[in-house]
Design a protein around this ligand. Structure first.
Ligand code: GAP
Length: 443
């Protein structure tokens, strides 16, 4: 299957099953902005909750923060984004389309999609111009330069400007970190590949403040920890690798940067970045705000500007990785089936409960079981429509790991059958053990 076929199938499944819809679809869609449907939002919430649990709740050296999207415009001057958060853009006079000059080889010509921009004799690429990726708007009723503010292009700056607030309020000592999950916006020139690169997206970022000189060691520890997290979501190990940035690739703030990459249908691409940002951001905020941001160690009285090791993952990109990694087509009992083999921890619905037939009190028992699971905070779904085979197929596509069938024997002895989505094995257990059985497998 070609990479575009795979992506087409994924986009179509995502829409059919209520994972992801195009934003403002009835108006023809908004360029590279997507909405999450009933199952998509559950998957996304699971990703965010698992990240938060591991990065904040399970540690005593990372604190949470939810900084505002709109920040003082000087923040973005200090951070270097006003000056340097740009992509080189070229316009083709022949097709009037604009392209990122540094990735022409990955793009399609506006007139002849089989060639890249500039490849055809009729292409007329102009001189490159730097295009700032930040979305601009105005604060208050006056629309002039003095009232210009930006939609944040990363959550990280909210953590830097709050570094001392969090440190003193939480009585933390360096080394410690600040974690945030939130929306970020970039006016990308070449967005695409479904939810891989979008103009509005969510980041889960953690800034870890350390004493200079200990930064290399912390960098290695965080890189290992982040790789372990991706594996804990059930992502295939052979589709993950690390790529260290060479000197020409490093962002303006970084001393060292390593991408955790995933093998998407369209090639190896960044999923998460781990960066050694040195004291660049804190130093610049000291300069631009005139406020000291030094850490004073209450024990030894040491004073220093901490270095920062950052871990930055896209939530939407993680969702795309999970969907891509889980998607498979296979033949079962002579029939084609599409399966989303999502890890039970991230699957939106954990169990679907079916009455085998719509009579003899079976629907009532099944509906009660589904309600009891939901009340026990296990997302469950009741379905009585269509043949049992069709109900299985719908849940296979939705990524539900277990289907529970209530049949004649349930009415007699209180047992139900659980069918495993991947192995197709069926086990019979007492319905009163169902919650415990599922919980054990989610742990
Ligand atoms: N604070 C550092 C930072 O923002 P980044 O590598 O530019 O670093 C971090 O972004 C992560 O955010 C990326 O690895 C990616 O997962 C996600 N991301 C960045 N731009 C994105 C976009 N346009 N659409 C979706 N996700 C994006």
């Amino acid at each position: 299957m070609s990479s575009s076929d795979t992506m087409e199938k994924l986009v179509s499944l995502a829409k059919r099953r209520g994972y992801v819809f195009q934003s403002s679809e009835i108006y023809g869609g908004t360029g590279s902005v997507w909405d999450y449907g009933p199952l998509g939002i559950e998957l996304k919430r699971n990703v965010k909750e698992l990240w938060w649990s591991r990065m904040v709740h399970q540690r005593d050296d990372v604190e949470g923060l939810d900084a505002a999207i709109l920040m003082h415009p000087r923040v973005w001057e200090a951070s270097g984004h006003v000056e340097g958060f740009t992509d080189p853009l070229v316009e083709c006079k022949a097709c009037k389309k604009r392209f990122r000059q540094d990735t022409l080889a990955d793009q399609a010509c506006g007139r002849k999609p089989s060639v890249t921009p500039g490849e055809d004799a009729a292409c007329e690429l102009g001189e490159p111009r730097l295009f700032n990726l930040m979305f601009r708007t105005f604060m208050g009723p006056v629309e002039d330069a003095a009232h210009t503010i930006y939609l944040r292009p990363e959550t990280a700056q909210g953590s830097y400007v709050n570094f001392l607030n969090v440190q003193t309020a939480a009585r933390q000592k360096v080394p410690f970190g600040i974690a945030q999950i939130g929306k970020a916006f970039r006016n990308e020139i070449t967005p695409g590949n479904f939810i891989f690169r979008t103009r509005e997206f969510e980041q889960a970022e953690m800034q870890f403040f350390v004493e200079p000189g200990t930064d290399d060691e912390w960098f290695d520890r965080w890189l290992e920890e982040r790789m372990a997290w991706h594996l804990s979501l059930g992502i295939r190990e052979d589709r993950l690798r690390i790529h260290e940035h060479g000197p020409g690739e490093l962002a303006h703030y970084a001393k060292k940067a390593v991408d955790i990459e995933y093998l998407f249908p369209f090639g190896w691409k960044e999923l998460e970045g781990v960066h050694n940002r040195t004291d660049f951001d804190l130093r610049r905020h000291e300069e631009f705000s005139g406020k000291r941001l030094q850490y004073i160690d209450s024990g030894g009285g040491k004073r220093f500007l901490p270095y920062v090791v950052e871990t930055a993952v896209g939530v939407d990109r993680t969702v795309l990785v999970l969907l891509t990694d889980a998607y498979r087509e296979e033949e079962v009992e002579g029939e084609e089936r599409v399966v989303l083999g999502l890890h039970p921890r991230v699957a939106p619905i954990k169990a679907a409960i079916f009455p085998l037939v719509k009579k003899d009190g079976l629907p009532e028992i099944a509906a009660r079981l589904a309600r009891e699971l939901r009340e026990a905070a296990i997302p469950s779904f009741y379905d009585e429509s269509g043949s049992i085979g069709r109900r299985y197929r719908r849940q296979d596509e939705a990524g539900t790991p277990w289907c529970v069938t209530v049949d004649g024997q349930t009415a007699e002895d209180g047992t139900v059958t659980i069918r495993d989505r991947d192995s197709l094995e069926q086990v019979r257990i007492d319905a009163s053990h169902l919650e415990g059985w599922i919980r054990e497998r989610l742990r």
